[in-house]
Design a binder for this molecule. Sequence first.
Ligand code: UFG
Length: 327
Amino acid sequence: MTVTDTPVLVVGGAGYIGSHVTLELIKGGREVVVVDDLSTGRRDLVPAGASFIQGDIGDSELIRRVLAERGCASIMMFAGSIIVSESFQMPLPYWRNNIGAGFAFLDACVKAGVRHFVYSSTAAVYGAPDRLPISEDAALRPISPYGRSKLALEWAVADACSVGDMRFAALRYFNVAGADAQGRSGQVSPVASHLIKIAVEAATGKRPGLSIHGADYPTPDGTCIRDYIHVSDLAEAHVLALGHLERGGESLIANCGYGRGFSVRDVLEAVQRVAGRELAIAIGPRRRGDPPALVADSTLLTRVLGWTPKRNDLDLIIRSALDWEAR
Ligand code: UFG
């Protein structure tokens, strides 16, 4: 039996990104065990073909038992709290979920002899960088409790891998958007906070309109610039990263984006164009913790993993998000 014959444990596999990665793993013939507490994830997003266990990643006994019973050598970790603005209002729950539970999970993995650890990190570890595009060696200066908690666990994972047999891939996501082309998964949040999600909710009549959080940034049109990456391209990057580790590749930290930025106004124009509908847009104050511009240098992902994104097209990303929202 080789390592690729063992199931992959995906924690947070009932969430937006975790479910897309699970789809991609299953497509590649892998067996997948999803553990998710369904606090933000949804049971019906767990792809058919994956086994599902409802539970908390901080429950070391549960994780130990799943790893031992299923013989998982590889894990992917998506579970956690992910909203920058919310992390200012409730910093300690962010530390408890992303660090407390995250650390318990990491510790259980190390004790169980897990060999490959894929960690979902974020562009928020860079804070508001001096230069664009951002490469992985840019200064790490997170400006939100969310960013700090994600970076702290990234460091813990790296330290854990500096001794023993475990290797890791930390993928630092830029702005993930869009949905599976076959409609099997997409973003579901009772309280949406992400721009494209909110804009497609407005375009499908689920909310009256939306507001631009600040139009006085030092950018060409005054609104924040982000690098929007299609969730299915991101999912493929995860499968490549896992394959790299399972073939004996070195631990790696890689940015995930397309290397081009769109302003909030660009995105809203595109949503109106793709939806064929005008949106009610107001200009509001800045939102705490928003850096003016984040654009990835993802050459490492391409060079080391051979990642070739197939959906680098803002309209296509928005189309898929609209189709999902309309379902
Ligand atoms: N925005 C609006 N109106 C809205 C929602 C968002 O103007 O109703 C703006 C935001 O202010 C920001 C941009 O749209 O300028 C993108 O915001 P999102 O909430 O969609 O995403 P974030 O940029 O906050 O989040 C992303 C990633 C995180 C990363 C973070 C770093 O999802 O992983 O950037 O700040 F950590």
